[in-house]
Design a protein around this ligand. Structure first.
Ligand SMILES: [Zn+2]
Length: 75
């Protein structure tokens, strides 16, 4: 099962890993992002989704850091 990367802010799909890298993802991201469970989600079909941030949202955060507290500001 592949691993999907999705932006946690605008929900755009950033990319897909064509193999099940669930354990690797958790090890990779746990130090960088904090609690892996907040970012890595596995659904009932075994599909793993990593909620990260896309370039566009990263730029917005850099420009408007006040919005950082908001989980979602792009409608
Ligand atoms: Zn985004």
């Amino acid at each position: 099962m592949s691993v999907r990367y999705r932006c946690r802010h605008c929900e755009v799909e950033i990319g897909t890993l064509p193999f099940d890298a669930d354990d690797t993802i958790r090890k990779l991201h746990i130090f960088e992002l904090g609690e892996a469970d907040d970012y890595v989600e596995k659904d009932q079909h075994g599909q793993t989704t990593v909620h990260c941030i896309c370039e566009q949202c990263e730029d917005s955060l850099r420009q408007y850091p006040d919005y950082h507290a908001l989980n979602k500001w792009i409608q």
